[in-house]
Unconditional design. Structure first.
Lengths: 350, 213
């Protein structure tokens, strides 16, 4: 992998949720995308390590084409890593994914990172003409093809759900010789082992419950790497949050946004309405990083330690929150939370 | 002596149930649709104490079998192997991966009734299906009887549901009998019991009132 990074690392992730403007009105999709660009510039200025943008094909999220947004960010920033979170490889063309991220890598002087995943939504399947029945096999075969493509050598490939290639070569080549690749995993043990098998980095999407539940997954990744003889990388985790000047303020902003977001998703999945009890549990013991800078910093440090993660990506601005509240989260995360977490992790070591 | 538990399915649900079963002191074997070797490492790290095995062996060796595989796959199992076995159906119909419901389950049936109809000679009980993975992990209170969440149980035979109730209790949850397999429908996605992690009283109240609030 190209980038020699120092750990721990701290990033931000967004799905391009449509935010509210000053008057409380939802902005357009176009405005939501431009908002993310401005936020990424702010994150870059604050020295935050990475910005990850998700791929969705739904009304509530503005970003369906993450690498186009990242390309926009690339030309306006200097140091920040540009990641997808995640690229839904199952319904994409692995050759195209390589080409787009290699292009992004060129635009950004080597700052591209592709995080592959199966995604938690399935809208992309019918949209691009894929059968959901192939959910498992599509991902499996496409990751295998992608792992060959990132070697950046001519490839011969016998495809079943993918194209067959005969000594084909793909361009542009990256300057470092290889793209930075990770797989986002939501808790499927098979996905953890697959990540180890291909020698990609592991990012755990932990969106509910006590983070410590995922500690054994990190052990599984490490043992699988050992057994398979691939390279072990520091493990990342990704969880939602909102930071404000006080705990009360953060909860006041986050509760209605999360409630609305979870209920919207839940309706399509047959979940019951999201309760305040669930929200409070997640804030106190689970995977919502909501509160003042100090509260959130302590929670992140404890979670990273419990899980064994060396990278933390906060999904900011989930649901219908205001642009001002999103910027506040980023400012506090970059200027206060990250330095505090670094201190806490250091003091824990001694 | 605790009965031998076999879990079919080594994904998110199968693994968390294996963890619960080991913690409760049950002898546990677990299988996926692939040979035992492919889940050996996963089981040894994520559910130490449980044993990975081939699905045929798991079925044969177990007194109680928990179905934790995608609903659209249960008909890949050979029903003749399940004769007289107590089967806990923890599966849910999931439109995103299972396809249209009526291609899988006759419209008038609860999914567990369809499972019973397929495994004719087995004793099917619906349980452990309505609570999320992380709640099955975080909310289990195996050694305390206070501050517990409830797991609903539906089955046609009281002897069978009592056996399952003991397992649910050992796993750290309060068992709540809700009626026959047909009533198990209230635990399916989109129904009042689905996705709930509530106290016994609260779950009972919710199911009686069939409210969605």
């Amino acid at each position: 992998m190209p980038q020699n990074k120092t750990y721990p690392q701290f990033g931000l992730d967004t799905f391009g949720d449509v935010p509210k403007d000053e008057s409380g009105t939802l902005v357009s999709h176009a405005e939501a995308i431009r908002t993310v660009i401005d936020e990424a510039v702010l994150a870059d200025t604050l020295g935050i390590d990475s910005i990850g943008v998700g791929e969705h094909h739904r009304e509530d999220y503005a970003i369906s084409s993450p690498e186009t947004v990242l390309a926009g960010i690339a030309t306006k920033t200097n140091q920040i890593t540009l990641a997808s979170a995640v690229t839904v490889l199952s319904s994409d063309d692995p050759v195209r994914v390589y080409e787009r991220f290699a292009t992004l890598d060129a635009l950004s002087n080597g700052r591209a990172q592709v995080i592959l995943g199966r995604g938690s939504f399935t809208e992309s399947f019918p949209l691009f003409g894929y059968d959901l029945k192939d959910y498992e096999t599509l991902f499996e075969e496409k990751v295998a093809l992608f792992s060959e493509l990132v070697k950046e050598k001519p490839i011969t490939w016998q495809g079943d759900k993918t194209q067959s290639l005969d000594g084909a070569d793909v361009y542009p080549k990256t300057e470092s010789g290889s793209l930075d690749v990770a797989i986002g995993v939501g808790g499927s043990p098979e996905s953890v082992i697959r990540t180890a098998k291909y020698g990609f980095k592991l990012v755990l999407a932990i969106i509910g419950g006590a983070p410590a539940r995922f500690a054994p997954y990190v052990d599984l990744y490490k043992q699988a790497v050992k057994e398979l003889g691939t390279t072990e990388y520091p493990v990342g985790m990704h969880s939602p949050g909102l930071i404000a000047d006080s705990d009360e303020e953060a909860i006041k902003l986050a509760w209605p946004a999360f409630k609305k977001m979870w209920d919207r998703v839940g309706r399509t999945r047959g979940w019951p309405p999201y309760t305040r009890e669930q929200f409070d549990y997640e804030v106190a013991h689970g995977s919502l990083y909501v509160g003042s800078a100090e509260t959130v910093a302590k929670k992140i440090a404890a979670a990273m330690k419990a899980v064994g993660a060396e990278r933390f990506d906060m999904v900011y601005g989930g649901g219908e929150v205001s642009i001002a509240a999103r910027r506040k989260t980023i400012e506090l995360y970059g200027s206060k939370v990250i330095p505090m977490v670094k201190e806490l992790l250091k003091s824990n070591e001694t | 002596m605790k009965p031998k538990l076999g879990i079919l399915g080594a994904g998110k649900l199968g693994i968390v149930l294996a963890q619960r079963a080991v913690a409760a002191g049950y002898p546990v074997t677990i299988a996926s649709s692939k040979p035992a070797q492919s889940i050996k490492l996963t089981v040894s790290v994520l559910a130490p104490g449980a044993t990975a095995a081939d699905s045929g062996d798991v079925i044969q060796q177990s007194d109680v079998i928990i179905l934790a595989l995608p609903l659209s796959k249960f008909r890949n199992l050979d029903p003749s192997l399940f004769k007289n076995k107590l089967v806990i159906d923890a599966m849910n119909y999931w439109w995103e991966v299972d396809g249209p419901r009526d291609t899988l389950i006759p419209a008038h049936m609860s999914s567990s009734e369809a499972v019973q109809a397929y495994f004719k000679k087995a004793r099917v009980v619906k349980a452990l299906s309505h609570m999320g993975y992380h709640e099955l992990h975080d909310m289990a209170r195996p050694f305390l009887k206070t501050d517990r969440k409830a797991i609903a149980i539906a089955g046609d035979n009281q002897h069978n549901t009592s056996e399952v109730a003991t397992i649910v209790d050992d796993f750290g949850f309060d068992p709540l009998f809700i009626g026959k397999l047909a009533q198990g429908k209230v635990l399916e996605p989109g129904q009042p019991g689905f996705g709930t992690a509530l106290s016994k009283n609260a779950l009972q109240h919710r199911l009686e009132n069939k409210t969605q609030s």
